[in-house]
Ligand binder design. Structure first.
Ligand SMILES: CSC[C@H]1O[C@@H](n2cnc3c(O)ncnc32)[C@H](O)[C@@H]1O
Ligand SMILES: [Zn+2]
Length: 441
């Protein structure tokens, strides 16, 4: 006797599904069934119609469904500084342009408006989860919530005063308060974001380690971004920054070390044995001429690497599909091997590995029954991506972000047929124009 169909909220049918995790690399003519914000089933499209009755059904011929992209390192509000200072090396860019601009302009409203602008760009580019590291974490979390994005907000910790606080005591108080305030939110997580080894002294770093343990939170820090950073520390203290972080107890699966362009063999071993994650930001590293993260060596050593754009002030976009291609191509160039970071590994870096670094891999990063329905659709039925011999290779090597048509987070639609569902694009453009006029003086 055939069973009566079960009820679901949504069925999404597509020509291909790339689950990123599980037995199948690729499924053709399948459907994803969504119920209560989670993936209830993935099955052949013909079976879905017999076994499930859904409130909504979306049919996407010529399209690929894949996990939403996970951008594990950005400073979203800095979208309002896009194009403010280009063609400069890191420390000139930071000390002579960005930090003075932040001192003048960054307040809660700036962060709210800038993060909303970034959220719209991220949704349009297929990102469903992002890790942010910027001032006024509450404003970031609220903007992410409004957009419907999943986010981990890393609260800044520095020795120096900013608009957000006078020093480490203030920053740590804000971070613990944010962790408490957002504890029960299903989409928002709070972490600690000590800025960099050259801006945070030992005491605050040790307090971050203790607090992160107590609150079960992740830590994110810019580490070994440039050769100059390592050289300066070595000259001043005799110790390389990574060795200092190891001595202070930071290296662990709680830490996401961002950039990591300068690594000796024993440091790679240290990162591996401590379970430290790496956030690879190839375009920011290229634009600031910071150096090259040895991604293929790290990957072969078994280190977990996620992908980040860094901010729109150093990238200059939050385009994770573009970043994915840059990462794949650069890895081949750096390793001198065409098979370095193959397409499937690059896609995993931009999805599941990022989720793992954030401690969110039970929830997002792959399309597996039971996980949250964080899904995007990419239209491959375009002149630029035809013929389709391998949809995954097509996404990594040929597709562009404007081919992302739909996005769902926990089953909620954030974009349909390229129209934003949660954010008001006209209002964001108006607010951005107001900021541009103010920044122009
Ligand atoms: C406290 S975190 C925010 C802080 O970081 C600055 N920042 C942005 N990009 C980078 C980078 O690539 N390296 C170091 N610091 C960076 C940002 O401007 C904020 O001041
Ligand atoms: Zn950064």
């Amino acid at each position: 006797m055939p069973h009566a169909p079960a009820h679901a909220d949504l069925i999404i049918q597509a020509s291909w599904i790339a689950p990123v995790e599980g037995p199948a690399r690729l499924l053709a003519d399948h459907a994803i069934v969504v119920s209560g914000g989670r993936i209830a089933d993935i099955l052949p499209a013909a079976d879905a119609e017999r076994r499930w009755r859904a409130t909504d059904t979306v049919r996407l011929d010529g399209q690929l469904l894949m996990p939403g992209l996970v951008n594990i390192h950005t400073h979203a509000a800095m979208n309002l500084f896009r194009g403010l200072a280009d063609d400069l090396p890191l420390m000139t860019w930071l000390e002579e342009h960005i930090w003075p601009a932040e001192g003048r302009w960054v307040n809660e409203q700036f962060v709210a408006d800038g993060t909303r602008l970034a959220a719209a760009e991220m949704i349009r580019g297929g990102t469903t989860c992002f890790a942010d590291m910027y001032f006024f974490p509450d404003a970031i979390a609220r903007a992410a919530r409004e957009a419907g994005l999943r986010a981990t907000v890393f609260c800044p910790v520095m020795d120096v005063p900013t608009a957000m606080g006078q020093g480490p005591d203030d920053y740590l108080r804000v971070a613990t308060q944010a962790a408490d305030d957002w504890r029960h939110d299903p989409l928002i997580s709070i972490g600690f974001g000590p800025h960099a080894p050259y801006t945070v002294s030992d005491g605050p770093l040790q307090r971050v380690v203790t607090l992160a343990e107590e609150l079960d939170a992740q830590i994110m820090m810019h580490v070994h971004e440039t050769a100059a950073e390592v050289l300066m520390a070595k000259d001043a203290t005799g110790e390389r920054p990574l060795a200092r972080l190891a001595r202070l107890g930071l290296l662990s699966p709680r830490l996401i070390a961002v950039h990591m362009t300068q690594l000796e063999d024993d440091e790679i071993e240290l990162v591996k044995t401590t379970g430290t994650h790496i956030a690879h930001c190839p375009e920011s590293n290229l634009k600031l001429a910071s150096g090259f993260c040895p991604v293929e060596r790290l990957r072969l050593a078994g280190i977990n690497i996620g992908l980040g754009t860094d901010s729109a002030a150093s990238n200059n976009d939050l385009d994770m599909i573009g970043e994915l291609r840059t990462a794949a191509l650069l890895a081949k160039g750096v390793a001198g091997a065409a098979d370095a970071l193959p397409a499937d590994a690059a896609l995993a870096m931009a999805t599941l590995n990022g989720a793992r670094a954030l401690g969110l891999d039970q929830q997002t990063g792959s399309l597996v029954p039971g996980k949250q329905a964080d899904i995007i659709a990419i239209d491959l039925n375009r002149l630029e991506t035809r013929p389709v011999f391998d949809p995954i290779a097509q996404v990594v090597y040929a597709a562009t972000r404007d081919q992302v048509t739909h996005s769902w987070v926990a089953g909620r639609c954030l974009m349909a047929d390229r129209t934003l569902q949660t954010l008001n694009a006209e209002r964001i453009l108006r607010d951005t124009q107001t900021w541009q006029e103010m920044l122009n003086g």
